[in-house]
Ligand binder design. Structure first.
Ligand code: FE
Ligand code: ZN
Ligand code: FE
Length: 188
């Protein structure tokens, strides 16, 4: 009995993650588009490819469980994606927008890391070793995506800190910040 209800919880959590990942497949291209920094944009494009693979891994798990992946809406991810969308509506300078998008994306990665950590523990308890290794692959991708964002933020945040401090235009960076101007925005 006890094992049965943990299995039900496990499947429920996997459905939640499946829905979260499919929301991200739609959100990541928007985050890439909002990014001015080329490396940041590439990081989002790369993570979009990984996210599609993560969706496939979950489908593999559901197949082996003989269950359907659909039927749940991840409200947590919905909220994070909405916050990111709200942030991307703001009129920030390019580097500031990049810093903002990194912050939003890291919230997403941490949320996923928590979710996959939970299902990994359940899979271990339930003796689903194949699932554990699939989940671990995804978990590693989420962790390295997070680390990549931290790494990119080091440069981007310091540039963001320079924006708005521009007065005389003496420095190369300062001049660049001025000419690159506001992040382009499509009319609502
Ligand atoms: Fe993911
Ligand atoms: Zn969720
Ligand atoms: Fe992710």
């Amino acid at each position: 009995m006890q094992k049965d209800s943990l299995r039900r919880l496990y499947i429920d959590e996997l459905r939640d993650l499946y829905n979260a990942e499919t929301q991200l497949v739609k959100a990541l291209p928007k985050m890439a588009k909002a990014s001015s920094n080329a490396e940041l944009r590439q990081a989002f494009e790369e993570h979009l490819r990984q996210t599609s693979e993560q969706v496939s891994r979950l489908e593999q798990i559901f197949e082996s469980l003989d269950e359907k992946p659909t039927g749940k809406k991840c409200l947590g991810m919905e909220g994070l994606v909405k916050e990111a969308a709200e942030t991307m509506q703001e009129e920030y300078e390019d580097a500031v927008m990049d810093a903002a998008v990194i912050g939003a994306a890291q919230c997403v990665e941490h949320y996923e890391i928590a979710g996959y950590g939970t299902v990994k523990a359940f899979a271990e308890l339930l003796g689903e070793q194949e699932h554990v290794s699939l989940i671990e692959q995804t978990l590693d991708e989420e962790k390295s995506a997070d680390q990549k964002l931290t790494h990119l933020s080091e440069n981007i945040n310091s540039r963001a800190g320079e924006e708005g401090e521009v007065r005389e235009g003496e420095e190369e960076d300062a001049r660049h910040a001025k000419t690159s101007g506001k992040h382009s925005r499509r009319a609502a």
